[in-house]
Write a new protein. Sequence first.
Length: 317
Amino acid sequence: MLQNQQFVSKVPPAMDGQRLDQVVASLFPQYSRSQLQKWIKSGYVRVDDKIFKPKERLTGGQEIIINAVLEPQTEFDAEDIPLDIVYEDDAIMIINKPAGLVVHPAAGNWSGTLVNALLHHNPQLEMLPRAGIVHRLDKDTTGLMVVAKTLEAHTVLVEALQVRDVSREYLALVHGKVIAGSTIEANIGRHPLDRKRQAVTEGGKEAITHYRVEERFSHHTLLRVALETGRTHQIRVHLSWKHMAIVGDQVYGGRPRVPAGSSEELRAAVQAFPRQALHATRLGLTHPATGEHMQWEASVPADMAELLVVLRSEQAP
């Protein structure tokens, strides 16, 4: 269903001589440049009731009217899938995603995703890119995600991610005893042989991961990991590259490794853990509408908590 909105503003004297596309980008920052360009080219933007081209120069005092036509950005179906909503207001939602929930429909998962659940919870989200989803978590990674409820909030949050103004911390249970925390700076791109995987590669995009020791066990370590960038599978790739593969990660960690001398309980718990033991535990951001800094925290889910109990019981006296 289409939605129409009208916005009116005047060209400030300081913008005299600037192009139409530059002026509207400054006056209406809640919308992306690509969306504004689309409206200009479609004739939805008028200057003194005349249609201008994007690069035409304006003069101070001219009136700009945008008759915005908002179209549905997603064609996926709403589905009644339970959501663990940690926080919600008129602009954003904070979701605690469970394991096994795919974030966005794609080949092999056209239904039963977070997008389908969000559209059921709030049908108006169909007007937003990806139903308001700002960043993703892997299917089997649990934890906190932010979802925008307005186009303005979505634009602000996407930009905040790009300038690294959103803080994200994870808890990762890895194989081996890690002595101390550090920072991993290694570019990530497509694996040269397996296109479904990511890898550390010189031709990849900049990727920076910080980690510190949260808790040590006899043969494993719980790390607190902070992302500075947000590449696909970044934590899993970086930790595996540094020989600290995440427990249960069948893509980047290989077969389950159980140290010699482990109890049968630990052996069974590690081998049976069905996913990567990675949880987005803390999320912090500047609220896109109020400007207030907000932060949320989510405890590890039951399966990971139970595994940690077993690991603690293996500690030497």
